[in-house]
Write a protein that binds this ligand. Structure first.
Ligand SMILES: *[C@@H]1O[C@H](CO)[C@@H](O)[C@H](O)[C@H]1NC(C)=O
Length: 172
């Protein structure tokens, strides 16, 4: 190998090593955050926070409400007391997506008072004691989030109002 060829080979090798080193730099460390709050879904009274904007299909009006769409802007608070500290709002919609049971598809942003948010998407079998839904993303301090939310009804009335406890595990 000529001297020049050797030098070029060495230069290319060094560049490859340098590129590899850059690519192998560790990602910023992941954090796990556990959140606990209460979701207030108020459908009755003068100031509902959840409003049905699409009626269910006729044949499901008396059963699973299949086809109904409810827009929500539900307060998220620190304790079950509606007057406790507001930590954020659940903004989006749920729709009755199951013909055989009361099964809601939840599609909403939990927007927190610090400006961060997580995106929730998943089936909520509302009559089950505990429901699990996916955290599919986030913004602010929850950028690139993934995780899961466990929901457990804390209180409800015959009008359909409900207070639901949420435990959310977020990896971000
Ligand atoms: C949520 O967290 C609370 C407090 O740690 C715990 O008591 C409760 O059982 C949890 N609920 C679910 C559904 O995981």
């Amino acid at each position: 190998m000529s001297n020049l060829a050797f030098q070029i080979t060495m230069l290319v090798l060094l560049m490859v090593v340098a590129l590899r080193a850059t690519a192998a730099e560790p990602e910023t460390k992941e954090t796990v955050t556990n959140l606990h709050f209460y979701f207030h879904d108020i459908v009755s009274g003068n100031n509902p926070t959840a409003i049905r904007v699409v009626q269910p299909a006729d044949s499901y009006k008396l059963t699973t409400l299949f086809g109904a769409v409810v827009m929500v802007d539900d307060p998220l608070t620190e304790t079950p007391d509606p007057n406790s500290k507001l930590v954020g709002r659940a903004q989006g919609f749920y729709t009755s997506a199951c013909q055989q049971e009361l099964g809601l598809l939840m599609s909403m942003s939990f927007s927190f008072t610090d400006g961060s948010s997580i995106s929730i998407l998943g089936k909520n079998s509302a009559l089950n004691p505990v429901r699990e839904m996916a955290v599919v993303g986030g913004t602010g301090k929850f950028r690139m989030a993934r995780g899961y939310a466990l929901a457990q009804t804390h209180w409800f009335n015959t009008a359909g109002d409900a207070i639901v406890a949420y435990n959310v595990t977020v990896v971000h």
